[in-house]
Design a protein around this ligand. Structure first.
Ligand SMILES: C[S@@+](CC[C@H](N)C(=O)[O-])C[C@H]1O[C@@H](n2cnc3c(N)ncnc32)[C@H](O)[C@@H]1O
Length: 310
């Protein structure tokens, strides 16, 4: 809730969802054309609470409805699962469902299907969250760079709060191993929950560089760590609090993802793409030319994410 909430500071994430639309459209079109399902089951994992929570669902339904019109098919019924951790504000999403359904009913072709059933699934996506073979399509955006836990053995991280340029080797290894363990568990669970031939479209923060502590992944956390260290010096927070604080966050490289997908073995990789998004994407169009305002927006975005962790 309020000005500092994720709901009010998720413009950048929405731009990311928009950028990946063609990939999702292709995947959902393939599934629809291959199976012509009467019921189409879709899950959005790490849906959060805010304007983005039903954004992807809306777009996917629009795409399928366009196909139905082209092929003069009746609409399927849509079964939508919105997943996030149990602490997520599912009530706010549920309150927006009525509005969503009104918009939905003006779009659907109709027929025997043409209904939409929305369910909240409060659980970690690093475990099973839905029954076997219950899904056609799984989507997740801007969530999978969060690990299931802070890796073990990262206590001596030299005043850092995540992997950073000055992190010792054992800290880097611990983060990478946690990512490997989590991501392969994620794939294994989804492979059981998807029907054979089902599809998965995942977007996450990553990096181009082989170096896991490169600026592209760690800089933003290094800035926060610098401030927290200053606050220790000023006696505002205790040093042992800072030493014990690490963020469960890992931005894999394309090759690290590829290796994990191949080793886990349940999925064939159709498409892997890296794209860059400027931090300026956090700003509204009217703020783009005002650096102060843009800096404030990026600060608010980081606050919305980091404040609950802190
Ligand atoms: C930055 S938000 C992205 C939300 C939304 N997909 C978007 O694009 O705006 C990341 C979300 O992932 C959720 N998340 C993190 N770890 C998770 C886990 N293990 N299981 C389910 N959700 C998780 C967080 O609670 C948060 O709501």
């Amino acid at each position: 809730m309020g000005e500092a909430s994720y709901a009010n500071n998720s413009l950048l994430q929405q731009k990311v969802i928009s950028l990946t639309k063609p990939i999702r459209d292709e995947a959902i079109t393939c599934i629809y054309k291959e199976r012509l399902p009467q019921s189409l089951a879709i899950a959005d994992l790490g849906c959060s609470s805010g304007p983005n929570s039903l954004f992807t669902t809306c777009e996917l339904i629009e795409t399928v409805e366009t196909l139905c019109r082209e092929k003069t098919h009746e609409s399927p019924e849509y079964i939508i699962f919105l997943n996030d951790l149990p602490g997520n504000d599912f009530n706010s999403i549920f309150k927006s469902v009525e509005y969503f359904k009104q918009k939905f009913s003006s779009q659907v072709v109709g027929g025997v299907g043409g209904q939409c059933y929305i369910t909240g699934v409060p659980s970690s996506f690093y475990g099973r969250i839905l029954p076997t073979s219950s899904l056609h399509f799984v989507h997740s955006s801007y969530s999978l760079h969060w690990l299931s836990q802070v890796p073990k053995g990262v206590e001596k991280n030299k005043g850092n709060i995540c992997m950073a340029r000055t992190s010792p080797l054992n800290v880097r290894e611990a983060y990478y191993h946690q990512f490997q363990k989590d991501f392969s568990m994620f794939l294994k669970c989804r492979a059981t929950e998807l029907i054979k031939g089902g599809r998965l479209v995942l977007t996450l923060m990553g990096r181009n560089s082989c170096d896991p502590s490169s600026n592209e992944s760690c800089y933003i956390w290094e800035l926060l760590a610098e401030t927290l260290n200053d606050m220790v010096l000023e006696g505002i927070i205790k040093e042992d609090k800072l030493v014990s604080f690490n963020i469960p966050f890992y931005t894999p490289s394309p090759s690290e993802l590829k290796v994990e997908i191949e080793n886990e073995g349940s999925f064939t990789l159709n498409h892997l793409e890296v794209f860059e998004v400027s931090w300026k994407a956090a700003c509204g169009d009217e703020e783009l030319n005002d650096n102060n305002n843009c800096g404030y927006r990026v600060g608010q975005l980081m606050r919305a994410v980091a404040e609950p962790l802190l």
